[in-house]
Design a protein around this ligand. Structure first.
Ligand SMILES: NC(=O)c1ccc[n+]([C@@H]2O[C@H](COP(=O)([O-])OP(=O)(O)OC[C@H]3O[C@@H](n4cnc5c(N)ncnc54)[C@H](OP(=O)(O)O)[C@@H]3O)[C@@H](O)[C@H]2O)c1
Length: 242
């Protein structure tokens, strides 16, 4: 699937009003300081979830935390440092969260960047979908834990406004707001439908409806190979650093 080409249905299957009360739920959102991730954190906080914004730029994420606290009145909004370009940082971030002895109910792997639009970006998104499916197969069968992937739509965020991308105004005019862009992630993370319909390893599109995966994304063997390749690469890199 081309990550940047998508149609947005007129009708919204899900919206912020349908997010249930999240009192007692703990949520982690990577890249929570900007764009889709920011709105996602804000709406989770509004429904009383304890939210952790994970990000690499301490000042930017702290500012986002403070804005969300004042906009929603929820003071259980926190920051954890995470730079996804560094395995050391990923490990430290996981350890810092585990040290809090909190449960984890919602994990939204949102952070991402277009380094070079095109093949690499598409491959990174394909890897996200394959990872989600393999995660379900390996660890979640029979568990009350649901892992799905999604396309948020073409969303007008800093990511698309970067100077080096210079998308035309015609292209940008088909984009949706970060508010609408957050709907599909919030659907996957909070809608009771996910559990009721036992949605696992599905791929959702705006606004909370099931999308069709590409043939690559349906390839179970590719998912298995990606998982094993990644596991080997991570242990190799971590052992080099000891
Ligand atoms: N916008 C769209 O049309 C669109 C379409 C399809 C998919 N997506 C996906 O949706 C997700 C959110 O994107 P967005 O449009 O909301 O863009 P955005 O506003 O640029 O947000 C991206 C977030 O990811 C964080 N991030 C990037 N690299 C990171 C790293 N190495 N470590 C930790 N955090 C990092 C950014 O942090 P900084 O602020 O510090 O850079 C920022 O918080 C991305 O995965 C994107 O690929 C977006």
């Amino acid at each position: 699937m081309n990550p940047l080409v998508i149609t947005h249905s007129e009708e919204k299957h899900f919206n912020f009003d349908k997010i249930p009360d999240l009192t007692g739920k703990v949520a982690i959102v990577t890249g929570g300081n900007s764009g889709i991730g920011y709105v996602t954190c804000r709406e989770l906080a509004r429904k009383k979830s304890h939210v952790f914004l994970l990000g690499r730029n301490i000042e930017k994420v702290q500012a986002a935390v403070e804005t969300i606290k004042s906009e929603t009145g929820n003071q259980d909004v926190e920051f954890l440092h995470l730079n996804l370009k560094s395995l050391k940082s990923v490990k430290e971030c996981a350890e810092n969260f585990l040290a809090r002895n909190l449960p984890l109910h919602i994990l939204i792997n949102n952070a991402g960047a277009i380094t070079r639009p095109g093949q690499r970006y598409k491959q990174s998104k394909l890897a996200n979908i394959l990872f989600t499916d393999e995660f379900n197969r390996r660890y979640l069968e029979g568990e009350q834990v649901y892992s799905n992937s999604l396309h948020p739509g073409l969303v007008d965020t800093p990511l698309l406004r970067r100077n080096d991308l210079s998308y035309s105004e015609t292209f940008m005019s088909s984009s949706i707001s970060p508010e609408d862009g957050a709907i599909t992630a919030l659907y996957c993370a909070t809608s009771p439908e996910i559990e009721e319909k036992n949605y696992r390893g599905r791929c959702f599109v705006p606004f909370g409806i099931e999308g069709k995966k590409s043939s690559y994304a349906e390839d179970d063997d590719l998912a298995k190979r990606l998982w094993e390749f990644t596991e080997n690469l991570i242990s190799e890199k971590l052992s080099q650093k000891k």
